[in-house]
Design a protein around this ligand. Structure first.
Ligand SMILES: Nc1ncnc2c1ncn2[C@@H]1O[C@H](COP(=O)(O)OP(=O)(O)O)[C@@H](O)[C@H]1O
Ligand SMILES: [Mg+2]
Ligand SMILES: [Zn+2]
Length: 328
């Protein structure tokens, strides 16, 4: 499992800055007090002297253990006394006692992103947010998720029963997603039946599980490969590396692209590479018949699809127009 490495590097840098900023601002507040409260600077200098004194006491070879303990106790009493004076001074001038402490947004990790060796929840949340952005799903994830998916649009009886099975298989797939062992899914069916909605629902859960998801329409994917292939825009791999490497690739609207030789061989290479690497894919297509698939994409591709993908055939009425009509 891996968050997008670029995202991780970005977030780590953001956290490093956030942590430094909190410290800088604390230093500024300290300087403000030194400038504004008579006697405050002397107290702060006193703390520094005591710290220095403790250090030299620890390193002093002429003192035996007893002598060191006595000296340290003395210094500690001075520190205590200084600390009380500092508190009084702050209160007298209307400042809270923790005025000069850094104000971290996250108290658990002090904005370092890590609590011990574990990633803090706050950093994980930021990564998930970045994951939504870099997945290519944008705002779709807010509206098209399992929570907003309803079975009521499918006709009672066979249609709805079928969809209930598909839905529960999708939830299970998303909940149990593991890039090392999850299989592939192919949704087929006409327009407006919820194929994209189901895929974005899966994507959301899988991203939240800390996986790197890429979602794109088939045509856009092929365009990226083409741009790279003909060297028009980018270094090899710059545009397309993510399609070959991400934990879960979602290809939307397969079958609506131009059936050019380039597109077809591109699909073959992409699907083959990911199958060989055992990296999962979710594909949506408006092509429902295996024969039609073979005709368009050759038997070579078609057999891989129907052999290595779990195929969900979705039937129903166009939900987009049902919603427009205000139908329940
Ligand atoms: N089961 C459902 N419950 C609620 N809204 C749905 C459902 N299925 C589809 N929709 C909505 O209907 C519209 C079309 O669905 P979409 O998933 O894009 O269809 P497809 O990808 O099969 O063409 C979208 O706005 C989607 O959110
Ligand atoms: Mg769609
Ligand atoms: Zn934290």
């Amino acid at each position: 499992m891996g968050f997008n490495q670029e995202d991780l590097a970005l977030i780590k840098e953001e956290f490093r800055r956030k942590n430094l900023r909190a410290k800088d601002e604390a230093t500024q507040r300290l300087n403000e007090l030194k400038a504004n409260i008579p006697g405050f600077r002397e107290i702060e200098n006193g703390f520094a002297d005591i710290g220095q004194g403790m250090l030299s006491c620890a390193l002093d070879a002429t003192l035996n253990e007893e002598g060191k303990a006595a000296r340290l106790a003395q210094l500690d009493a001075q520190r205590q006394e200084l600390s009380e004076r500092r508190d009084k001074l702050l209160t007298a001038h209307g400042y809270p006692l923790d005025y000069t402490a850094p104000r971290y947004a996250c108290k658990r990790c002090n904005d370092t992103g890590f609590a011990g060796v574990y990633m803090c929840d706050c950093m994980r949340r930021e990564l998930v947010k970045k994951g939504y952005e870099s997945s290519g799903l944008g705002g779709l994830i807010d509206t098209q998720n399992f929570e907003s998916f309803s079975l009521r649009y499918y006709q009672e009886g066979e249609q709805r029963d079928n969809m209930a099975r598909v839905l529960s298989a999708c939830r299970k797939y998303a909940d149990e997603f593991d890039p090392a062992s999850s299989g592939n899914v192919l949704f087929t069916g006409g327009t407006g039946l919820g194929k994209t909605h189901l895929s974005t629902s899966i994507a959301k859960v899988v991203i939240e599980g800390g996986n790197n998801v890429v979602y794109e329409s088939a045509q856009n994917i092929f365009n990226d490969f083409e741009a790279e292939h003909y060297g028009r825009r980018a270094e090899r791999g710059e545009l397309t590396g993510k399609y070959l490497e991400c934990d879960l690739l979602i290809i939307d609207d397969l079958g609506t692209e131009m059936p050019t030789n380039f597109n077809i061989s591109c699909l073959y290479n992409l699907v083959n590479t990911r199958l060989n690497r055992r990296l999962p894919m979710v594909i949506n297509s408006n092509i429902t018949e295996p024969a039609e698939f073979s005709k368009r994409y050759t038997d070579r591709i078609s057999s891989r699809f129907f052999g290595e993908f779990k195929v969900f055939r979705i039937v129903g009425r166009d939900i987009r127009s049902l919603k427009l009509l205000g139908s329940k």
